[in-house]
Design a protein around this ligand. Structure first.
Ligand SMILES: NC(=O)c1ccc[n+]([C@@H]2O[C@H](COP(=O)([O-])OP(=O)(O)OC[C@H]3O[C@@H](n4cnc5c(N)ncnc54)[C@H](O)[C@@H]3O)[C@@H](O)[C@H]2O)c1
Length: 311
């Protein structure tokens, strides 16, 4: 299948490109390189440097004629969404609408959407969180990503585009940027490898769902063949505390630099993890990489990258 991966120079999107190519698909990437990197681009995919909110997007559809769009380009930072809510909305909701409109115009059969299970459900009423849990949005980013979901659903019902929505837990693994506002695994790995202490927010017993990036990529490959209209959580079904992450990294690296505790992060959800049974039924997907192996592979990648001089 000809698959256009938006955001394919980014952390998750680049792993999806690798997995799609390995599965035998023809792949193109559209990315504006705002947070994505050229080094992440798989040379087996054709690259279009373009903005999903800009006028150049149509020429990508014209040139590649995708059969499926796997949409990962986004303003992916909660912090940026608070400072620049209009930009966040324009990229995450507006960009999704622009892509869906072109899918309609160019008769693209299928649209896969990267949604945020970490922000959609807010403070959970029940654990693990099932897909029918009430949506309770706590940030501009949560609203803009969820708005994208609504447009995807509308495009399925009114334009007949086949759609699959994947609500991810916290994704971690190689190529995640440890600078700025990134996932805790990337930040701690970067600090520990540099011999710096990590600051744990609050008591560190808050627990979230951490899913390995190649498992997320595999879910996207499966989504190309799933029943249209599927909306599924992509997570491990269990929570891992910040303290447990620190311990696992400290033994994998290893480091004896002690961590320190900072104040709890205001508004942080204490416990959240996603039920993944529907993904097994609908996609035939379940996570293959356990946390210890995921951490070991992540640390190995950061080490290798640190040892490679920039080209
Ligand atoms: N990282 C997570 O834990 C997580 C969890 C839930 C959902 N998601 C979603 O997964 C997707 C990928 O996230 P990520 O963590 O890999 O982030 P990322 O920042 O590494 O990837 C986003 C990519 O989109 C590109 N991009 C941004 N704005 C663009 C625009 N206007 N036009 C074209 N390209 C643009 C960036 O350059 C980057 O390559 C996003 O949609 C995000 O909302 C991520």
């Amino acid at each position: 299948m000809r698959v256009l991966v938006t955001g394919g120079a980014g952390f998750i999107g680049s792993h999806i490109v690798d997995a799609m190519l390995a599965a035998g698909h023809e792949v193109s990437v559209v990315d504006n390189l705002s947070t994505g990197k050229r080094v992440n681009l798989n040379p087996g995919a054709r690259f279009f440097e373009a903005d999903i909110t800009g006028p150049g997007l149509e020429s990508v559809f014209e040139a590649f004629r995708p059969e499926a769009v796997d949409h990962h380009a986004a303003q992916a930072s909660v912090k940026v969404s608070i400072g620049e809510p209009a930009r966040d909305l324009a990229v995450n909701a507006g960009g999704t609408v622009a892509l869906l409109s072109l899918c309609r115009q160019y008769e693209v059969r299928r649209f896969v959407y990267a949604a945020s299970g970490g922000t959609a459900y807010g403070e959970p009423q029940t654990l693990p969180i099932t897909e029918d849990h009430q949506v309770r949005l706590l940030s501009n980013y949560g609203v803009s990503k969820y708005t994208g979901e609504l447009y995807v659903d509308l495009a399925r019902r009114t334009w007949g585009i086949e759609t699959v929505v994947l609500r991810y837990a916290n994704v971690y693994g190689p190529r995640q940027d440890p600078h700025g506002e990134a996932g805790v695994v990337a930040i701690f790995t970067g600090l520990m490898l540099a011999g710096q202490p990590c600051t744990i927010d609050g008591d560190g017993e808050q627990a979230k769902d951490y899913v390995y990036v190649t498992d997320v990529a595999a879910a996207n490959v499966a989504a190309l063949a799933a029943a249209s209209g599927a909306l599924v959580n992509i997570g491990t079904g269990t929570g891992t505390s910040v303290n447990a992450i620190h311990r696992e990294l400290a033994s994998a690296i290893p480091t004896s630099v002690p961590s320190r505790n900072g104040p709890p992060r205001p508004g942080d959800v204490r416990n959240t993890w996603l039920d993944n049974r529907l993904a097994k039924d609908v996609l035939g997907w379940s996570p293959a990489v356990d946390f210890a192996r995921g951490i070991a592979e992540t640390v190995a990648w950061y080490r290798e990258r640190a040892a490679t001089p920039p080209s």
